[in-house]
Design a protein around this ligand. Structure first.
Ligand code: FAD
Length: 388
């Protein structure tokens, strides 16, 4: 095995895998290390939806929505075997905080921002079609909208992106724990361990793509003075063996809390998520009874006939998008004096993995290139046509 790399990526979730793919594609000698399994971290705990950040519209995150809609279209095209384009139904009740006209406006803007990246246009379902949504509570129902999003197997997506990275020359080590890194004349000496066996190698640039573990991992890297404390959000899902509907729904949470998705999943039904702030050990994230009860209550309120008990409940972590969206600049002062050769990624959605990878790899190339070389944007090879 080579012991010198241009780039070392810590963390083999969708973000690390995407960076490894983009880096290898652009000719960087790349190594990625993962301690558990490819895509086994929070990339396996999502709601399994590639959405265009519909909820970003009231928060005026238009640039982000546009990027996500573009990425949604690209993932639809490059991962045909992993995804399913589906209609999502959005029932609006008289007591909902968000009124029918507000949702209609939001959907109109969503379609407009999608432009040529649009799936089908949204629909306002006529009342006579409501009964086709079997089991949906129609008491006080005032409107139903439908729009298209994409279902995806999140773990499989991460694994396929990683496989593509390997096909383009990246070296991938798993299960291998990143133990720490010390500075060298030209980057870092990285220490990893597999069981009781330790190994060192050199890299010119180090990317921390461990998501919720990011702060802990940063602390074991020499020269990173002040790891930025990112806020983690715990999100909980429940799973039923029973099949509720062939359709997917977004329903309003209690007192205007975030929308809950109710989806067909692996022959049964997936419901989630309910969020809370988390500040513990990322290895120990478990659903509380209150969260599970809340999701059951929301499901039964909207589908009163569905009185089953969930067979499973699980929680995952994502980084708070309000605080730390996207990639921190490698010039960020908080990264200390290693800033030119170290970057910590903080992305809260897997749907953006390709766009994030592009930003990271351009930053890496800019840092490693000779000053006289043309800017990396000019010759960057994009992964948007590589089939997964
Ligand atoms: C409940 C929930 C629902 C979500 N729903 C959606 C959704 O519908 N759509 C969407 O786009 N996004 C969604 N997200 C967000 C998305 O799932 C995550 O933001 C994304 O998967 C994070 O990917 P990641 O690669 O950054 O992190 P992870 O997948 O967690 O990867 C980090 C990896 O680093 C590894 N690691 C940690 N420490 C070390 C070490 N010392 N050495 C080696 N490896 C290490 C871990 O084992 C882990 O595999 C959701 C998130 C949650 C929690």
């Amino acid at each position: 095995m080579s012991t010198h790399f241009d780039l070392c990526i810590i963390g083999g979730g969708i973000i690390g895998a995407g960076i490894a793919q983009a880096a290898a594609l652009n000719g960087l000698s790349t190594i990625i290390v993962e301690k558990r399994g490819w895509g086994a971290g929070n990339s396996s705990k999502s709601s399994k939806i590639i959405d265009g950040d519909f909820e970003g519209i009231p928060r005026l995150r238009f640039a982000n929505v546009r990027e996500r809609l573009r990425e949604r279209r690209i993932i639809r095209d490059i991962a045909p075997d992993l995804r399913k384009v589906d209609w999502f139904y959005l029932p609006i009740y008289k007591q909902n905080i968000q009124k029918s006209w507000q949702v209609a406006l939001q959907l109109r803007i969503y379609d407009a921002l999608a432009g040529s990246n649009k799936l089908a246009s949204f629909q306002h379902l006529p009342e006579k079609q409501w009964r086709n949504l079997h089991g949906l509570n129609r008491h006080d129902l005032s409107a139903v909208y439908a729009f298209q999003e994409i279902h995806i197997d999140d773990t499989q997506l991460a694994q396929n992106v990683l496989r593509s990275a390997k096909q383009h020359g990246a070296m991938a080590l798993c299960p291998v724990n990143f133990e720490g890194a010390r500075q060298s004349d030209d980057g870092f000496v990285v220490s990893v361990a597999k069981g009781s066996r330790n190994r060192d190698f050199d890299c010119r640039f180090l990317v921390n793509a461990t998501g919720a573990w990011g702060d802990r991992v940063s602390r074991s890297i020499e020269g990173v003075k002040n790891p930025l404390a990112a806020r983690s959000i715990k999100s909980t899902h429940i799973e039923f063996r029973e099949h509720l509907s062939d359709n997917s729904f977004y329903v309003e949470g209690r007192k205007g809390a975030n929308r809950i998705a109710i989806l067909p999943w692996r022959g049964g039904t997936l419901v989630g998520s309910v969020d809370s702030i988390f500040s513990g050990n990322p290895e120990r994230v478990i659903p509380s009874n209150e969260e599970v009860d809340y999701l059951i209550e929301i499901t039964r309120h909207h589908f009163p006939h569905f009185q089953h008990e969930p067979f499973d409940a699980w929680s995952g972590l994502r980084l708070s998008s309000a605080q730390h969206r996207g990639v921190l600049s490698y010039k960020d002062k908080n990264l200390g004096h290693t800033d030119e050769r170290y970057l910590c990624v903080r992305e809260s959605q897997f749907a953006s993995y390709r766009a994030v990878a592009e930003r990271v790899v351009i930053s890496v190339m800019r840092s490693l290139n000779e000053k006289t070389a043309p800017p990396p944007e000019a010759h960057y090879i994009c992964s948007s046509s590589i089939q997964l």
